[in-house]
Design a protein around this ligand. Structure first.
Ligand code: T4K
Length: 377
C-alpha cells in the first residue's frame, strides 16, 4: 500500500489557470482604463466570443452560475410547480425554491443519471409552469423528448447546463436547446472565470430584462427600476480570466479526454466483471470530459472506497449525495428510487489538467486493490 500513497493531496479537481503573464497583460489594461465592473470592455468581448463559440444570438453574463439560474427563472415569470431532477447540486433546487416555486422531482435514468423524460408527463398538473432538467456531469439530457413534452403542455424549459460548457449534440451546441440554458464558470469547472455564469436564450426580448435583473432591476437606459432585481453582474477580472482561458479551450477538451479515456481503459475490466459502472460518452455527442464518475454496488462499498482513497491522499467526492429531495431543510416527496440508488453509490474521481496519466494508473490500481479488500471483509 505504502508505495501507492500520493505525496501530495490529489483533489477531485484543480482550477485551470492561464499563464500568469497573459492574465497580467489584461490586468494592466484594467488598470489603464479604470473600468472594473458594470458592463466593461472585457465583458463585452467575452460575451461576443461566447456567442461565436455557441453559435448563439443571445448570451448574458453573470456573477456566478447560481445567480444566472435564479434570474433565468425570474425572467420567465414562472409560477406554481416546476418539474426537475433530484440528482443535482443543491443550487438547482434552491434556485427553484428561492423563486417561490414548488420543485416536483421526477426520477432519473440509469445510463447518464439525467431526468428521465418518461417520468415527466405523469407529474404535470394545472400548476406546472416549467421543466428544469440538468445535463449532469456534462452528459446531455434527452433534449428532443423533453422539447416534445414541453410543446405539448406549453411549458418553459430551462436547462441547468452548469457542467456542460462546450458540449455539442449532433454538432449543435447543447446550450441552444430549451428556452434558456445556464452555464457555470466556477473555478472547479472545465472552463472558469474564477466565479461566473451565463445564460443562453432564444427570445431576444429577454435581453434587456436580464440586464435589468442583474442590476437591481434598473433598465439599461437607467430611467426606471422595473423589476425586483439583484446585483448579479460579472466583473472585468472574471471576464479577463474567461478571455484568457477561452484561448485554450480546444486543448482543454483534448487534455481532459486523455485522462478520461485512460480511466476508462484502466477500469473497464471492473465494469465487465460487474464491480462498477462507468459513463461512456454518447456517440453523437462532443463531450467536455467534465467529471469522471464511477458507480459502485452499494453505499457501504462506496463509503469504504471513499474513505480508503483518502488514506492514499486521493480526495474523491460524492457528487451528488444525498439527492436534493432528501435535504433535511425541506420536506419533499422522496419517491425517486433510481436517483437515491445513484446518489448512494456514486463517486467522482480526480480529473483536471495537470493530473498525469501515471496518476490515473495509480488511482485505478488503488481502486482495484481496495475493492478486492472490501469483498474480503
Ligand atoms: N447547478 C449545478 C448542477 C452545479 O453543479 C452548480 C455548481 C451550480 C448549478 C451553481 O453554479 P455556481 O454558482 O457554483 O457557478 C463545487 C462548486 O463550488 C460548484 O460550482 C459546483 N457546482 C459543485 C459541483 O462543486 P464544492 O463545495 O464541491 O467545491 P469545493 O470548494 O469543495 O471544491 C472542490 C475541490 O476543488 C476542492 O477539494 C479543491 C479544488 N479547488 C476548489 C477551489 C474552489 C481548488 O483546487 N481551487 C479552488 O479555488 O462545490
Amino acid at each position: 500500500m505504502d508505495n501507492l500513497i500520493f505525496k501530495e493531496k490529489i483533489f477531485v479537481t484543480r482550477p485551470l489557470l492561464p499563464p500568469l503573464e497573459e492574465y497580467q497583460l489584461k490586468l494592466k489594461q484594467i488598470w489603464e482604463n479604470k473600468w472594473l465592473t458594470n458592463y466593461g470592455p472585457f465583458e463585452h468581448e467575452f460575451q461576443s466570443n461566447l456567442k461565436k463559440l455557441f453559435d448563439a444570438e443571445n448570451v448574458e453574463l453573470f456573477a456566478n452560475g447560481h445567480t444566472s439560474l435564479d434570474l433565468a427563472i425570474k425572467s420567465l415569470d414562472l409560477d406554481g410547480e416546476v418539474i426537475t431532477t433530484p440528482f443535482t447540486f443543491a443550487s438547482t433546487t434552491q434556485a427553484i425554491i428561492g423563486n417561490n416555486l414548488k420543485p416536483v422531482f421526477a426520477d432519473v435514468e440509469r445510463e447518464y443519471y439525467n431526468l428521465n423524460p418518461e417520468n415527466i408527463e405523469s407529474l404535470i398538473t394545472e400548476k406546472t409552469s416549467a421543466i428544469i432538467p440538468v445535463h449532469v456531469f456534462g452528459n446531455p439530457c434527452e433534449v428532443k423528448k423533453i422539447e416534445k413534452i414541453a410543446k405539448k403542455y406549453d411549458l418553459k424549459v430551462i436547462y441547468d447546463a452548469a457542467h456542460a460548457f462546450g458540449v455539442k449534440i449532433d454538432n449543435e451546441s447543447i446550450v441552444n436547446f430549451g428556452d434558456i440554458s445556464m452555464l457555470s464558470f466556477h473555478a472547479t469547472k472545465v472552463f472558469n472565470t474564477i466565479e461566473g455564469g451565463a445564460l443562453i436564450f432564444k427570445d431576444k426580448e429577454l435581453s434587456n430584462k436580464l440586464k435589468a435583473l442583474k442590476n437591481f432591476g434598473i433598465t439599461p437606459d437607467k430611467e426606471e427600476v422595473r423589476y425586483l432585481g439583484k446585483n448579479g453582474k460579472m466583473n472585468e477580472f472574471e471576464a479577463a480570466m474567461g478571455l484568457c482561458n477561452l484561448n485554450k479551450i480546444d486543448d482543454i477538451f483534448y487534455q481532459r479526454s486523455l485522462i478520461y479515456n485512460r480511466y476508462l481503459e484502466c477500469l473497464e475490466d471492473l465494469e465487465d466483471s460487474g464491480d462498477l459502472k462507468l459513463i461512456h460518452p454518447q456517440n453523437n455527442v462532443f463531450y467536455n470530459y467534465a467529471y469522471f464518475t464511477i458507480k459502485l454496488n452499494s453505499i457501504e462499498e462506496r463509503d469504504f472506497l471513499y474513505g480508503k482513497l483518502a488514506e492514499y491522499n486521493v480526495f474523491a467526492r460524492k457528487y451528488f449525495y444525498p439527492p436534493c429531495n432528501e435535504f433535511p431543510a425541506y420536506d419533499f416527496d422522496r419517491n425517486t428510487p433510481i436517483a437515491k440508488d445513484i446518489s448512494n453509490t456514486i463517486l467522482s474521481l480526480p480529473l483536471y489538467i495537470g493530473l498525469s496519466l501515471d496518476d490515473v494508473n495509480q488511482i485505478s490500481k488503488i481502486i482495484k486493490i481496495e475493492l478486492k479488500n472490501f469483498k474480503n471483509l
